[in-house]
Ligand binder design. Structure first.
Ligand SMILES: Nc1nc2c(c(=O)[nH]1)N[C@H]1C(S)=C(S)[C@@H](COP(=O)(O)O)O[C@H]1N2
Ligand SMILES: [Mo]
Length: 433
């Protein structure tokens, strides 16, 4: 029997053609197009008039097959983005906790996970380069010698949000789940650097770690990034040995890692063995070319990159996520008030506002945004939305940082490796008639 292909299937396979069919040449959603779209999302679309051409309804944006799920002891149902190296993101609805439990924390490896050491207190850390006295400290000594601090710090992959770039950008297709906000315990990096004596010539750090390269070639370095010296000396940049009150799990850097919050996660080296202070910008693996770099001025999306125009991505951009409703949720008939909540963060900045729209961005409602308990902890937001009728709605969630910069509707500042994409999240709901 020949089956008609639904508009939802067509949207998944060929969004451009689906859009042309639904919106027609004039780009207006009406008549047969509107009916087809309504049938595909399962209900009337009260604000269809605001739906921009080219916007695939959020309810249809997911792949038909559904995501691959990580199967790993001690981990929740994260979405597997790659298994060699292991990369997994946390769907927004699993990020509802104020402090992200370890089992829900995303994983981003570039190489292999090193064999966990049997004697973590004997783990050695070298501090050298532009210092007066190079140090070699065991983790045991580090813990004894320097004061311990505990902070809630968000850690976000530089590629978080990459999936929203058009045309597709190279790399793991993170949606919004390359982020977590754990409670980290460790010592301040600045205390350790000061113990070694920072020379005035030191301008950048270079991290080295124990994770073997994917190729198995011992001479190749998996990842070696760093931060400007001022960032290294900031009080929230720490060498962490515990996550949520427990020793770091092997996959999150056991027994010692950097947490440089607000920067792309790649600056937070796991399995840390050495920090060298450089008299110039660090040029280790992952620091050069277009790696973790974005264009100074916008380039043509999909065009050829001129590396001269690229700068290192430092602060991550603002992002808000809605965590208490899954995309595609059906709400009971008669529902008109919906409580919404989630978190927002803004790299090195704080979050000034979170706004939510239920009419494809025509009107926005301001949410309550809590102050963070410490800098670099994500901020909780909440609101209650009133919907006018039954039908298909999307909640669009938009963060604004302390400098007034808002999340764009579509990923902006396209770059070949897709960093810093912070398109607003869209969560579709259907209220049955
Ligand atoms: N040694 C080492 N450190 C690393 C990585 C790595 O591959 N090797 N990945 C980095 C990247 S790209 C990110 S986003 C974070 C992810 O930390 P998590 O896996 O604990 O969530 O670790 C960073 N630290
Ligand atoms: Mo990352």
């Amino acid at each position: 029997m020949r089956r008609e292909r639904g508009i939802d299937e067509l949207y998944r396979d060929d969004p451009e053609r689906a859009d042309a069919l639904v919106f027609g040449r004039r780009g207006l959603l009406k008549g047969a197009g509107l009916a087809a779209m309504g049938a595909a999302v399962g209900g009337a679309i009260p604000f269809a008039g605001n739906l921009p051409t080219g916007l695939v309804p959020g309810a249809m944006a997911q792949a038909a097959a559904g995501p691959k799920i990580l199967k790993m002891d001690g981990k929740a149902d994260l979405v597997l983005l790659g298994d060699r190296p292991l990369v997994a993101e946390t769907p927004e609805y699993l990020l509802d906790d104020d402090v992200t439990p370890t089992d829900k924390f995303f994983i981003r490896n570039n190489g292999q996970v090193p064999e966990p050491t049997a004697n973590p207190d004997a783990w050695e850390l070298t501090i050298d380069g532009e210092v007066n006295t190079p140090l070699k400290l065991t983790l045991g000594e580090l813990k004894k010698r320097f004061p311990h601090v505990t902070y809630r710090l968000q850690l976000e992959c530089g590629g978080n949000g990459r999936a929203a770039f058009s045309p597709e950008a190279r790399g793991n297709q993170w949606t919004n789940g390359g982020v977590g906000n754990a409670e980290w315990t460790g010592v301040r990096l600045r205390d350790v650097l000061q113990a070694a004596g920072v020379k005035p010539s030191a301008v950048y750090t270079g991290n080295y770690a124990a994770d073997p390269h994917l190729s198995g070639d011992a001479s190749r370095i998996t990842l070696s990034r760093g931060v400007p010296i001022a960032k290294a000396m900031e009080e929230h940049t720490i060498l962490a040995f515990a996550m949520n009150g427990q020793p770091l799990p092997p996959v999150h850097g056991f027994p010692l890692r950097v947490i440089a919050p607000g920067y792309p996660g790649s600056a937070s080296a796991k399995w840390l063995t050495r920090i060298t202070l450089r008299d110039r910008e660090h040029d280790g693996a992952g620091m050069t070319g277009t790696s973790y770099r974005v264009p100074k001025t916008p380039m043509i999306p999909g065009g050829k990159a001129d590396e001269k125009d690229f700068v290192i991505l430092e602060s991550m951009p603002v992002r808000a996520i809605l965590t208490n409703l899954r995309n595609g949720t059906e709400l009971a008939a008669g529902t008109r008030k919906v409580a919404l909540r989630g978190h927002a963060w803004a790299g090195e900045e704080t979050v000034k506002a979170v706004d939510v729209s239920h009419d494809f961005g025509q009107t926005w409602q301001a949410c309550t945004v809590d102050a963070p308990p410490n800098k670099y902890c994500w901020q909780n937001w909440r609101t209650e939305m009133t919907l006018p009728s039954a039908g298909y709605f999307e909640f669009w969630v938009r963060g604004t940082d302390s400098r007034g910069r808002m999340q764009p509707a579509a990923a902006a500042n396209w770059n070949p490796q897709g960093y810093g994409g912070n398109a607003i999240q869209r969560v579709a709901v259907l209220i049955k008639a």
